[in-house]
Structures are given as structure tokens and as C-alpha cells.
Design a protein around this ligand. Structure first.
Ligand code: 5HY
Length: 256
């Protein structure tokens, strides 16, 4: 392992295949990274251009696992070792399966944002993209044990890729929904519910006047903490490496 005091490499994985969103996520992560932290951002070659349903989520999870395996291979082949991974989609697709594939910490942006929001407020709301994805965030809140901290999961009713289109006034709709949350939900903070919102934090904070927790930047800072504390994914118990076995058909490449 590297001398943690000096350098670390954090790999951000955008589970959808929209390269412009991956680049934006990379810029947002690098902007908050400490000196000595190298941030790289990738997305799978295959998968949905945006994740807006359970189906999209399920398909994107395999892309996430392929990117983790790629990061591990790069390190093993003498390339730049990855010290921590961030899954930069608010559904945290494939999170636990990804943790099985590496000793490095793997952090989902939803989980990271929930953790930080509860450190600065007793109650927060989430503002995500489409109404149909709210249930995904609600399931994560329950699963991670944060449901009682979250007053409401709201949607700005914008398709994810509107965040890539300056003409779509996605920002205005997000600010309007955040303002409604501020006046109606009795909260102290707002969590942004999409990796594609990673570059909007400052403008939303200015316009709404509440602490805004954004998942990509939250996950980068948590990853830095874990790596500098030499805390990696436990290989004792359910997150141990998967047992070697044959995979058939188009998944035979996963066999070991
Ligand atoms: C995300 N979709 O963070 C989720 C947001 C959402 O492609 N990146 C996506 O709406 O669930």
C-alpha cells in the first residue's frame, strides 16, 4: 500500500454511459479533492445513457462491476492503483457487489450524502430528477437506516439528460423544488439526488439559502478519510471476494 500521507487515487464511476456527465462528475470531484489526491472518472462502455428506472439501474450495475474489475486490473498490471471507488449515481447501483470485488473502499453518492446531511441537520429532504425514481431513494434511506432523518424525497420532474442541456432550464426547476422543500418540509438541509447535479451545488445554495449536500463531493471527502485512516472494504464475512466459479454464455468473462 502507498504511503497514505502523500498520495491517493480515487476513481469516480458514472454508471450511465453519457461521457459529458462523466466529465462533469470528474471536475466536481477533483475540485474538492485534497492536494495529493488524484481523481479519475470513467463510465462503462455499455449500458443506459441515463438511469431513471429500476430496469436502468439493474443493467447499469453490471457496468459498475466491469469498471471496478478494470480498476483492479490496472493496479495489478503495474498501472495506477485505485485506492477508493465512488459510484456516482444516486441509486448506488451495484454497491455491495462492487465491494466484494476489492479491498479498496467503495462509496455510493446517495449513502455519502445521507451521512453528511445527518451531521449538519436533524432533518433533510432529497430533491431528485423524475418522480418515478423517488422510490429508489426511499428504499436506500430505509436500507441505510436514514429514513427517520429524511422528511421527503421530492422530484424536480426533469429527465436526467436535461442536466446536460443548458437550454432545458433544469436548474430553475431544481431551485423551485428546493425552495418548496425549504418552506414546507421543516428541514435544515437538502440532498441533491443525481450525480448529474454535481456542478450545481453553489448556485442552488445561493438561490435557496440552505446547506446543500451533493453526493459526488461528499463521497470524495469520505473516501479520502477512509483511505487516510487505512480503512478498506472488509474481506471478513459477506463482502469477501466472490467464490471462484464458472459463468456461462455472454457472462463467461466473469468466470474465475
Ligand atoms: C443519477 N440517474 O445519479 C441517477 C439519478 C436519478 O443517470 N444518474 C443517473 O434520477 O435516479
Amino acid at each position: 500500500m502507498k504511503n497514505r500521507e502523500d498520495t491517493m487515487h480515487i476513481r469516480l464511476i458514472n454508471p450511465n454511459t453519457t461521457a459529458s456527465m462523466t466529465a462533469k462528475i470528474g471536475v466536481a470531484g477533483a475540485r474538492v479533492a485534497a492536494a495529493g489526491t488524484q481523481v479519475s472518472a470513467t463510465n462503462p462502455d455499455a449500458g443506459p445513457v441515463s438511469i431513471e428506472s429500476h430496469f436502468d439501474e439493474a443493467v447499469s450495475a453490471l457496468g459498475v462491476l466491469d469498471e471496478i474489475r478494470r480498476g483492479e486490473r490496472e493496479g495489478a498490471d503495474g498501472g495506477e492503483r485505485v485506492d477508493a471507488y465512488v459510484i456516482a449515481c444516486f441509486g448506488d447501483p451495484g454497491l455491495l457487489a462492487a465491494r466484494e470485488l476489492t479491498t479498496a473502499p467503495v462509496i455510493g453518492i446517495a449513502e455519502a450524502a445521507f451521512h453528511l446531511a445527518t451531521l449538519i441537520s436533524t432533518r433533510f429532504s432529497v430533491v431528485t430528477t423524475l418522480g418515478r425514481t423517488c422510490i429508489i431513494a426511499e428504499h436506500l434511506l430505509q436500507n441505510y437506516g436514514f429514513a427517520h432523518h429524511c422528511r421527503k424525497v421530492r422530484a424536480a420532474e426533469i429527465p436526467v439528460l436535461d442536466l446536460e442541456d443548458d437550454g432545458a432550464c433544469a436548474l430553475g426547476r431544481i431551485i423551485d423544488e428546493c425552495r418548496r422543500a425549504k418552506t414546507e418540509d421543516g428541514i435544515g438541509a437538502i440532498v441533491l439526488g443525481c450525480g448529474g447535479m454535481a456542478d450545481l451545488t453553489d448556485e442552488i445554495r445561493e438561490a435557496v439559502g440552505l446547506p446543500i449536500v451533493e453526493g459526488v463531493t461528499a463521497a470524495v471527502k469520505l473516501a479520502e478519510s477512509l483511505v487516510s485512516l487505512r480503512l478498506g472494504t472488509s474481506k471478513h464475512g459477506d463482502l469477501a471476494f466472490p467464490r471462484a466459479k464458472t459463468f456461462t454464455g455472454r457472462f463467461d468473462y466473469l468466470g474465475s
